[in-house]
Design a protein around this ligand. Sequence first.
Ligand code: ADP
Ligand code: MG
Length: 254
Amino acid sequence: MSVLAIRSLSKTFGGVRAVNDVSFEIAQGEFLAMIGPNGAGKSTCFNMINGQLEPDSGEILFAGRDIAGLEAREIWRLGVGRTFQVAATFGSMTVIENVQMALISHAHEIYHFWRASAGLHRDRALDLLEQVGMREAAGRPSRELAYGDVKRVELAIALANEPRLLLMDEPTAGMAPRERNDLIALVKRLVVERGISVLFTEHSMDVVFAFADRIIVLARGRLIADGDAASIRDNAQVREVYFGTGKTFAGAAP
Ligand code: ADP
Ligand code: MG
């Protein structure tokens, strides 16, 4: 059964059909990449699924329930997590306090700084930090972390909410190729263990082809392809959109 089913989703900005009659599904535990040139409508899709934007029309069925137009907070509560939003961590707090805060919020408890400092959910927070390779940094102020380490902590924070579906719009933006590969490898390992479904965008075709279970392609608001890496690589319409005809994805730069 699909965790997410998008049906005929559309959004227009002024005269621009940013997302035009898009339909696709994500299965339980699936690692699904959404690709497409800049302006294809990827972020608009993400923002309708996570509740930041209201669709003009269409359905967004999450675990069988239409969540289109619900408040972002409610969608997050239902189990649609997001990672890598700007300023998701609070710089003045330590790394572990940020994760404890997420665990406290997930448990519907009221956050007070003294609860975190008193050690509420401390073991679970340390365990999550261990899993993203950040346990050693637990006591450091978040603002001191390097960029790639912030992303690992944000992943721990997203997992603290125990999502069924994780949305990651350009999670590796601004990262070097090696770091991109490592972050997506880490995400994939942790979500596979948990059976979490993922929808992500990524500019590096190497990363997409290496990790995605399935790939969907948007171009000018329309879904033009949906399939595994081999079928997308060989799809003439997809190549046309990316390179003009004739060229291939081999060695495509990020
Ligand atoms: P992508 O994430 O694939 O690069 P976007 O979803 O950001 O694409 O944008 C799709 C189209 O919608 C683009 O033409 C973009 O200029 C337009 N667009 C996106 N957001 C807005 C907005 N808030 N207001 C007006 N136009 C927008
Ligand atoms: Mg975008």
